[in-house]
Write a protein that binds this ligand. Structure first.
Ligand code: UD1
Length: 427
């Protein structure tokens, strides 16, 4: 298995192209199931999860043609997806277990074909992550759902009908699944306590371009007036706010200056606010954002993860890496996932001083952290170890880097181009 080797201590200087957002691209690919016409998606990131989704959709009967820049540009590659006929309404365990976002085919398949059979995703390193809220909401739209032999068996023989769905907790994937299903349901659906994540809005904009009737985009109440059919559309995937914020932390932790080309301030306001309080300068430039932290030390700040527009859980591990070298202490509270501190023991192996009490971690800043052999456990935990490695004295070796390839396009190339001493050891 591949490893990543980092020799820490180099301040990052230069510019980094921000790719299209993985978490926007995955649901956007599944909208192709809602129409027999072609969907053209541009600015798709070049990531393992995108390949997994392509594989899953091809299995179902979507023809996918690809072209465009795959070299990690700020304008990624383009896919043409066409689901003229749905050949198969089953999403197999082998693909779903690789990527939980596979559950996003459930709503579109039910809406288009009146049936779907999708493997239950199961747990993952960051928690149990059930899909009960997706299923309950689809039942409210008239689906009959049974769980059998590890699969969700869903049917809507008479089609789906609009309903008033209120999610008891904010769920990004749940909102996306119901939004897609509701576009072809009979009548009006109101989704209350909807996720307001920018990726949900990006999905809604694409659905509207396909002819869907959706009001309230960007708010916590989405109203969908079902239509008989959707048509083809072209859509550019929005820029990846988590990738942007991760490289902002990389700049801060190494004490450098980096321009993030294509980064959008309004997508990362909560992270920017915290980073600025910690002593990082963030300014808008024509091409994106400039991140700078040269002489001042990092100050400890307290953070709690929340649904958008709050501080994203997908940035919690990276912020913790930064806080390991801050002046003073910080308290980081994880409120979305129950087991998202897998990076803590690994950061401690690098000399960090972190204590976990329930959902909170107390990080006491240390003067320096040092390189070590560490193990990646999930996508964002893995990148927090890369960030720590960039600031650490000596050599860090990160094992199980396939997690990184799921969510960061050309990570080593982007960091090395800014002066980081980082390379991949093929195994
Ligand atoms: C998405 C993102 C992921 C991010 C997360 C929270 C994608 C592909 N992934 O994941 O990167 O970390 O949002 O911002 O977009 N829950 C239930 N029952 C359900 C659904 C969710 O209890 O049916 C719980 C989850 O266990 C979790 C919380 O709700 O505790 C939020 O999860 P959710 O927003 O659904 O996350 P995902 O859509 O899986």
């Amino acid at each position: 298995m591949d490893q990543i080797r980092i020799r820490g201590g180099n301040p990052l200087k230069g510019s980094i192209n921000i790719a299209g957002a993985k978490n926007a691209a995955l649901p956007l690919m599944t909208v192709s199931l809602l129409t027999d016409e072609e969907i053209t998606l541009s600015n798709l990131p070049h990531l393992a999860d995108i390949s997994t989704m392509s594989h899953l959709l091809s299995d179902i009967g979507v023809d996918i043609a690809m072209d465009g820049n795959v070299s990690g540009g700020h304008s990624g590659r383009t896919f043409n997806l066409k689901a003229k006929d749905i050949l198969n309404t089953t999403a197999q365990y082998d693909l779903v277990r690789k990527m939980r976002a596979s559950i996003l085919v459930l709503g579109p398949l039910l809406a288009r074909c009146g049936k779907a059979r999708v493997s239950l995703p199961g747990g993952c390193a960051i928690g149990t992550r059930p899909v009960d809220l997706h299923l309950r909401a689809l039942e409210q739209l008239g689906a009959e759902i049974e769980l059998s032999e590890g699969y969700i068996e869903a049917e809507a023989p008479k089609g789906l009908s609009g309903a008033h769905v209120i999610f008891p907790t904010v769920t990004v994937g749940g909102t996306e699944n119901i939004l897609m299903a509701a576009t072809l349901a009979k009548g009006k659906t109101v989704i209350g306590n909807a996720a307001r994540e920018p990726e949900v809005s990006d999905l809604a904009h694409c659905l509207i371009a396909m002819g869907a009737r959706i009001d309230g985009v960007g708010s916590d109440t989405l109203t969908v007036e079902g239509v008989d059919r959707l048509h083809g559309a072209e859509h550019a995937v929005l820029s990846d706010r988590i990738e942007s914020a991760t490289y902002a932390v990389a700049t801060a932790i190494t004490g450098g200056t980096v321009d993030l080309i294509g980064a959008q301030f309004d997508l990362i306001e909560s992270v920017s606010d915290i980073l600025m309080r910690a002593g990082v300068e963030i300014s808008k430039i024509d091409s994106g954002l400039r991140i700078k932290r040269e002489n001042d030390s990092i100050q400890g700040v307290d953070v709690m993860t929340e649904p958008f527009p709050g501080f994203p859980t997908d940035m919690q591990a990276q912020l913790m890496a930064l806080m390991t070298i801050a002046e003073g202490a910080s308290m980081i509270t994880e409120s979305i996932f129950e087991n998202r501190f897998m990076h803590v023991p690994e950061l401690c192996r690098m000399g960090a001083d972190i204590n976990v009490h329930g959902a909170s971690a107390i990080v006491r800043g240390v003067d320096k952290i040092s390189g070590a052999q560490v193990m990646a456990t999930d996508l964002r935990a893995s990148v927090s170890l890369v960030l720590a490695g960039l600031a650490a004295q000596g050599e860090t070796i990160i094992n199980r880097v396939y997690h990184l390839d799921r969510g960061y396009e050309n990570l080593e190339e982007k960091l090395a181009a800014c002066g980081a001493d980082i390379s991949r050891i093929r195994g």
